[in-house]
Ligand binder design. Sequence first.
Ligand SMILES: *Cc1c(COP(=O)(O)O)cnc(C)c1O
Length: 253
Amino acid sequence: MTPHENHQESEIGKNLETVRARIRAACKRAGRDPEDVTLIAVSKLKPYEDILEARASGAEDFGENYVQEMAAKMDRHDSSENPSSIRWHMIGHLQKNKVKYLMGRAALIHSVDSVSLAEQIEKEAAKRDLTVRVLLEVNAAGEASKFGFAPDAAGEAAKEISALPHVKVLGLMTSAPPTEDPESNRGFFRELRILAMDLAAKGLIDTGDPEFRGPVLSMGMTGDFETAVEEGATMVRIGTAIFGRRDAAGIAR
Ligand SMILES: *Cc1c(COP(=O)(O)O)cnc(C)c1O
């Protein structure tokens, strides 16, 4: 059976339906249009076959954390017969020497966490005459273990990065602390939204992009996406609730 024929019974398909229903319910509570929330299926450390299964169940946006793994999956997809359209999102920490592998391939880079990384993207994009869409990662909770701009440094960074001619800043991204209680992250999501609105009002976020209408707010994961949607997320990044738990050892299959 092809994924197209069995997707109604597939576990991933069922999980996607459940997640979509939960997003719709959160939108309803907040008086929002579910069309304004893009579901990004986070497929890191999961096999390419899982991506195909999710794609057959209607997922079009996929998030990956590791450049090599992402490139291998993109290559495999592009070389397949009649590849379906997929928008690939880079959501993990990005090293400067790997930027080149994403040029013209990643629809959106969520994880710009330094001005020097943005400058490297500028350099590689200019070489190829491309414009690269990015989000600025904000370390909303100030966790020592996390990358991202401090909230009070994001404005200055946005000023410098939005001036780069081949880099388009569409919004902000955050990963709130892992928690059993999503309510404890509500304040971080709210702050991110206020920050994004402020930067957009100052013209530092591009709100007229035809592909992803800004300001983009990429926030909310398996443990807290409903709260993020209630607080204005326009993209949620969900892995575990769709694909199941990842190998604790973090070994890519
Ligand atoms: C892994 C990851 C996710 C998805 O996490 P889940 O809890 O599995 O939904 C989202 N965003 C980032 C940046 C991640 O690294």
